[in-house]
Design a binder for this molecule. Sequence first.
Ligand SMILES: CC(C)(COP(=O)(O)OP(=O)(O)OC[C@H]1O[C@@H](n2cnc3c(N)ncnc32)[C@H](O)[C@@H]1OP(=O)(O)O)[C@@H](O)C(=O)NCCC(=O)NCCS
Length: 181
Amino acid sequence: MQLPKVGLRELTLGDVEDRFLWSLDREVTAYLNVPDKFPPFTKEETKLWIEACINRSNGYIQKAITTEDGNHIGWVDLKNIDEADKSAEIGIAIGDKRFWGKGYGSSALRAMLSVGFCEWELNKIWLRVDVDNEKAIRSYRLNGFQEEAIMYQDRWRNGVYVDRLRMVIERNDYELSESEA
Ligand SMILES: CC(C)(COP(=O)(O)OP(=O)(O)OC[C@H]1O[C@@H](n2cnc3c(N)ncnc32)[C@H](O)[C@@H]1OP(=O)(O)O)[C@@H](O)C(=O)NCCC(=O)NCCS
């Protein structure tokens, strides 16, 4: 399958409306780490979060995902950046469900891996994913991530603890997969 092209751009305050709408979609947030209340965020909280990302005051490198014709469809980020050991955690969501299952998530994931490994010269990029988020796990595997550990009862979600997988891609494996692509 030929993956669709995506762009990663800096966030702007114009993204607040989409982000707020996506936060109201329970299918989108089902596996995201959002507060156990509805709505998970107010519009004002969403704006403050976007501002913190733009100002880099929250430790996140968060970018907006766009389609080739400029549609804003989601976000992807690097966080928990460890400059000494050269690692970071990646997170992703396609907020506009019309773009699910078509390769946009994979394309954005790969674009962010390139930012992490090439611009930030990281050695390792890892993630946490709920064990029942099968769609996401499948996507991560397809794009070079490997299971590193299972973290039991790692997330409090809707009144129960759920296990999470820790998955990782190392620079060597990323470079190998890029040279084969
Ligand atoms: C998880 C999520 C980011 C995945 O993104 P997506 O765009 O829906 O999914 P993918 O990019 O994997 O696209 C799926 C299709 O592309 C294919 N694909 C993915 N990567 C590929 C690759 N490297 N080469 C070829 N094909 C690929 C898959 O096989 C799949 O096709 P199929 O259904 O015919 O098998 C998205 O569903 C989402 O945002 N979910 C809600 C939020 C969420 O759960 N985030 C993750 C939290 S850990």
